[in-house]
Design a protein around this ligand. Structure first.
Ligand SMILES: *Cc1c(COP(=O)(O)O)cnc(C)c1O
Length: 390
């Protein structure tokens, strides 16, 4: 077996696409330990800095004392506790939807939504840069599956006009995970209304970060619940814990409970994680300073990069990629930065399209302006010496 598998690994290595895990030795925060080295990290999706918050951690410890560690069964057998139930009620209020349903991860939520809502007679339309889990869910559903160019609602409209399928689903990230730009939900929802399509929005990177109280892309759009009927959020990013939720109508949630195999056939999230998330959900809404500071860091980073002659993608979110192009160069720069004690991940195909390898800088509310200055000055230096050497 190993000799049959080795060739594909070797090919990946040749293409500069081989991936390796870095073993971190400390909590999720800007100053981290990587082996024996201290690094200043800009790789985390913990946008509000809640993953290591002591109040969230204390809720998890208290939850473990009360409920133990594992939920012991799936939600539909005996694994659904009042911790899960309360969190679902609170997420429904937070999103302004009738109900919310917890999943064990965002990946599973997306598989569950796509397979429960679409089947062989249906058509699913995807933005080309949607998250892999949405694409995998669409493939698994067996629906006819088409991708439209990134953010191109005119192309989507042409596809919808010629579509004969019974159900049509339009599926999009709210904030695109590797680019940081945002879908035009107002335009998409108008198109969906016009062509009787259902709009599914995965706002993994919008919830907590965008909107006055962290209500995400949906809150910013100002659209009503029936115009955005299927909302997906993950809890492992701005909420700092783990898991995911789908929010929508009572009928949608009952449909997912009955038909989502990735909901039915898996062990429930540990109740202590639900308890921790209840606290982080309250903090997300109460601590506006986290969003305000984050916005200040984003503006500062963009202005400093522009002043230093580095070009950024058009993003107003904490995801601030520097487009490099060649995968080998992106890795070289990431490695050179790490030698200077700054950690920024190189993102390569197949996570992003061929020829669009990038450094994905992410900012969090626990970074300081001085740390952003250090990032920009190291970036500039490393990019200049790389240009000089190649
Ligand atoms: C991270 C992410 C997911 C997956 O969520 P997990 O809880 O990490 O499995 C889904 N969609 C998008 C857009 C994401 O960025």
């Amino acid at each position: 077996m190993d000799s049959a598998l080795r060739q594909a690994l070797e090919d990946r290595r040749q293409q500069q696409l081989y991936r390796q895990r870095q073993v971190m030795h400390s909590a999720q925060q800007p100053q981290r330990r990587l082996g024996n080295e201290a690094v200043l990290s800009f790789c985390s999706n913990d946008y509000l800095g809640l993953a290591a918050d002591s109040r969230v951690a204390a809720a998890m410890i208290e939850g473990a004392r009360h409920y133990g560690v594992g939920s012991g069964a799936s939600h539909l057998t005996a694994g659904h506790t009042d911790a899960h139930h309360q969190l679902e009620l609170e997420l429904a209020v937070f999103t302004g939807r009738q109900r919310a349903l917890l999943f064990s991860s965002g990946y599973m939520a997306n598989l569950g939504v796509m397979t429960a809502l679409a089947g062989r007679r249906d058509a699913v339309f995807h933005d080309r840069l949607n998250h892999a889990s949405l694409l995998d869910g669409a493939l698994l559903s067996g629906a006819r599956f088409r991708r439209y160019p990134h953010l191109d609602t005119a192309s989507l409209e042409r596809m919808l006009q010629t579509c004969q399928s019974q159900r049509r689903l339009v599926v999009t990230d709210g904030v695109f995970s590797m680019d940081g730009d945002q879908a035009d939900l107002v335009a998409l929802s108008a198109l969906c209304q016009q062509h009787q399509a259902w709009l599914v929005v995965d706002d993994a990177h919008g919830f907590g970060v965008l909107g006055a109280k962290g209500g995400g892309s949906a809150a910013v759009s100002g659209l009503a619940a029936d115009q955005l009927p299927v909302l997906i959020g993950t809890l492992g990013k701005a909420f700092g814990t783990a898991g995911a939720f789908v929010a929508g109508s009572d009928v949608l949630i009952e449909t997912l409970i009955q038909f989502s195999r990735s909901y039915i056939y898996t062990t429930g999230l540990p109740p202590a994680v639900a308890e921790a998330t209840r606290v982080s959900l309250a903090l997300v809404q109460q601590e506006d300073w986290r969003r305000q500071h984050l916005q200040q860091l984003i503006q500062h980073f963009r202005q400093s990069c522009t002043a230093a002659g580095m070009s950024l993608l058009p993003s107003e979110t904490p995801i601030q990629p520097l487009l490099i192009g060649c995968a080998g160069k992106a890795v070289r720069i990431s490695e050179a930065l790490l030698l200077q004690g700054v950690q920024v991940t190189a993102i390569r195909p197949p996570t992003v399209p061929a020829g669009s390898a990038r450094l994905r800088v992410t900012l969090t509310a626990t970074h300081t302006l001085e740390q952003v200055d250090r990032l920009v000055s190291n970036l500039k230096q490393v990019m200049e010496s790389d240009d000089a050497a190649h």
